[in-house]
Design a protein around this ligand. Structure first.
Ligand code: NAP
Length: 366
């Protein structure tokens, strides 16, 4: 099968680089177009990232290094690449103002170029799905209504949620799906510096330190899960009412891997710790059934040691796409508590975006 040519918007940033690294040997997709800010536009990709290549997923391919970076704001460049057969859809990893990002992503979709985005700009748009492929793959099926409403034929916008919620949403969803609705959830996140992009948080703020504030992150952590657990109603998303979530988000001096310490309260039906472990260990979803290339074989991995998960030891589990959980124990205030970890720039960003693209291709939207 000929590979599908893809473009990366924000290709020079932390997430964009991770896309390039993870797509280097992808069986379905190949990077043929890159774009970033006017600062990088016009340079060869290898020159635009010289001195700031940070992808944990490996190096860029020689051919990608030779691509001339486009200006992501200049739609005509992507349209020309699309016409030339070099850009069937784009992954968006742009870091710019919300309004600008929203308008730009809509312009790409309107031009017939589907957008699979990491940016937060469209997470609250009523007809845009926020996908975690194992949790709500059916939300992709809002795309025909999105296209119809906006008059788009080929284009669409699908996004990923915030990287901080990836660590615990799949475990929580697995319990909900098994018949144990979660009513209240308190989470404290310990988020890696790569989550702030490059160059990110100044080293003098981070070394020997923890910063107990990440702008907008607690609101995202408290609200996005409700859209993900919600349903489609008349071409728009209706949020789930529960769980009620309280989040504390902290930036910690770890390079990659977001950790979450979670306490859960169930409704009247409460699973035992043994049942929870069984549910998590056996959890599989559509990406595993379809054996999608980026899907982890086992989406939730349980570590029984008292001192796991740890970012350095566990973030790369199963292509850095698995969520690793441990310290599953009773909670003195709620019902249970646990610690969960996932790789923020892979599972929480580029890897999750690629998995979403694989799902969308399987569903026939690209
Ligand atoms: P980053 O390292 O700061 O990279 C930002 C990218 O956007 C660069 O390619 C940059 O190009 C480009 N850009 C900046 N201003 C632009 C402009 N005015 N016009 C066009 N392109 C512009 O950020 P990041 O961490 O990769 O994050 C990218 C997106 O993913 C953000 O929306 C972020 O919220 C989201 N996200 C990040 C993570 C994570 O773990 N880092 C996780 C989930 C989601 P130049 O290099 O030319 O400046």
């Amino acid at each position: 099968m000929a590979k599908i040519p893809v473009g990366i918007l924000g290709a020079t940033g932390m997430v964009g680089q991770q896309y390039i690294a993870l797509l280097a040997n992808h069986p379905w997709f190949e990077v043929k177009y890159t774009a970033a800010s006017p600062r990088s536009a016009g340079k060869k990709y290898k020159d635009a990232v010289a001195g700031r290549w940070n992808a944990s997923g490996g190096d860029y391919q020689k051919e990608v290094g030779e691509l001339i970076v486009g200006d992501a704001n200049d739609l005509s460049q992507a349209a020309a690449a699309s016409k030339a057969g070099d850009c069937a859809f784009v992954f968006s990893a742009l870091e710019m103002g919300k309004d600008e990002t929203r308008a730009l992503e809509e312009a790409y979709a309107a031009a017939g170029i589907p957008v699979i985005s990491n940016a937060s700009a469209h997470r609250w748009t009523a007809d845009v799905p926020v996908l975690i492929a194992e949790v709500n793959p059916d939300h992709a099926d809002i795309i025909p209504a999105q296209r119809k409403k906006r008059g788009w034929d080929r284009g669409f916008i699908a996004v990923k949620p915030n990287c901080s919620i990836q660590s615990y949403m799949t475990p929580v969803y697995a319990l909900v799906k098994a018949g144990y609705p979660v009513e209240r959830l308190i989470v404290t996140t310990l988020q890696a510096v790569s989550g702030a992009g490059y160059p990110g948080v100044p080293s003098l703020d981070m070394i020997d330190n923890i910063v107990p504030y990440i702008g907008g992150e607690e609101e995202k952590s408290e609200q996005e899960p409700l859209k993900i657990l919600g349903s489609i109603c008349d071409g728009a998303f209706e949020n789930a009412a529960l769980p009620k979530i309280s989040a504390h988000c902290n930036r910690v001096p770890v390079t990659d891997g977001h950790t979450a310490c979670v306490s859960l309260e169930f409704g009247s039906k409460k699973p035992s710790i043994d049942e929870i472990k069984k549910i998590w260990a056996s959890f599989k979803s559509l990406p595993q059934e379809l054996d999608l290339p980026m899907a982890p074989k086992q989406p939730i991995i349980i570590r029984e040691e008292n001192d796991r998960p740890q970012p350095r030891k566990d973030r790369d589990a199963d292509k850095a796409m698995a969520v690793v959980v441990g310290r599953i124990r009773p909670c003195n205030v709620f019902d249970i508590r646990f610690t969960a970890l996932s790789h923020n720039t892979v599972r929480g960003a580029a890897g999750g975006g690629i998995l979403n693209a694989e799902l969308l291709k399987h569903k026939g939207y690209i």
